[in-house]
Design a protein around this ligand. Structure first.
Ligand code: GTP
Ligand code: MG
Length: 135
């Protein structure tokens, strides 16, 4: 088995999509190991998004992630890392495939950062690193 970090980001929580997203995760058959509502401070987000430091969307991304609570989920299951990213869809919500969380619930709002509802770790190493930041 394998674990990943999923975040329902502030747009997803603010729009009341947490339940719909959790329903898809549960319907797919993954296991909730831990779940919490978190209001991360800047230091936490600098660690989480270290790979993006210096990119044009970095500061808007951190501001967005501090704009309200996120739901952090420790999720388990065989191949859950790639499985959740498949459920989430590609990064840009305007073109993410219908049937995915981002494709069904997201779009461009004309903002400096893409508000795309969820985060999922992209590798075993990222998952371990990110889980230790949020839990
Ligand atoms: P996460 O699961 O959130 O990590 O998404 P991802 O792996 O599909 O995207 P990535 O790690 O590359 O980027 C992290 C976040 O930064 C994204 O989820 C978006 O919110 C934002 N972002 C990434 N690329 C862009 C971009 O090109 N433009 C803008 N405006 N925002 C971006
Ligand atoms: Mg990423």
């Amino acid at each position: 088995t394998e674990e990943t970090l999923v975040l329902v980001k502030p747009d997803g929580v603010a729009r009341g999509m947490t339940g719909a997203i959790l329903a898809r995760i549960e319907a797919k058959g993954y296991s909730l190991v831990d779940i919490r509502l978190v209001e991360p401070d800047r230091t936490t987000l600098e660690q989480h998004y270290a790979e993006h430091e210096g990119k044009p969307f970095y500061e808007p991304l951190l501001d967005f992630m501090m704009s309200g609570p996120s739901v952090a989920i420790r999720l388990a299951g065989d191949r859950v890392i790639e499985g959740f990213r498949s459920l989430a869809g590609t990064t840009d919500p305007t073109t993410a495939a219908p049937g995915t969380v981002r494709g069904d619930f997201g779009r461009d709002w004309g903002l400096k950062v893409q508000q795309n509802l969820v985060h999922g770790s992209d590798s075993v190493e990222s998952a371990q690193r990110e889980l230790s930041i949020w839990f």
